[in-house]
Design a protein around this ligand. Structure first.
Ligand code: SF4
Ligand code: SF4
Length: 127
């Protein structure tokens, strides 16, 4: 399992209606980050502030000039839905996530353990 290389595939795939934000995240944005709240409509993200329609691409996804790499413009205040990705090896395979190595495909059970370890600080603590 490699570290994330910021290829941007996950953001590109899910930002078109595949992401959600919690009520408390939206409340936080309303109060402290109104520029983010601007892209929320009826509890949904990422919506056009002009016509309220679903955007095709997350407005916070920024391409690094001259590199095939993308960065999140609201990294520290992005929704948990973004923070928790990737969750399963199956999902990573389906999304062609570039963290995967050949050995992960050969031993998905071990790969899931490696992923869980890697993501331990990004996910909520188990009760
Ligand atoms: S908020 Fe950030 S992490 Fe989430 S889809 Fe947009 S660019 Fe990606
Ligand atoms: S698809 Fe995988 S490697 Fe690419 S940005 Fe998302 S988590 Fe990182």
């Amino acid at each position: 399992m490699k570290d994330c290389n910021s290829c941007g595939k996950c953001c590109t795939k899910y930002s078109n209606g595949g992401l959600s934000a919690t009520a408390s995240e939206i409340e936080f944005w309303d109060i402290c980050r109104p520029e983010i709240a601007h892209y929320v409509d009826a509890g949904k993200i990422w919506m056009s502030p002009d016509d309220g329609r679903q955007l095709a691409l997350c407005p916070w996804l920024n391409k690094v000039p001259g590199e095939n790499k993308y960065l999140c413009g609201i990294y520290y205040d992005r929704p948990d839905d973004c923070k928790y990705y990737p969750v399963t090896i199956e999902q990573m395979v389906a999304d062609d996530c570039e963290m995967l190595e050949v050995k992960d495909l050969q031993n998905p059970r071990q790969a899931q353990k490696d992923l869980d370890k890697l993501m331990i600080d990004s996910r909520p603590a188990l009760e």
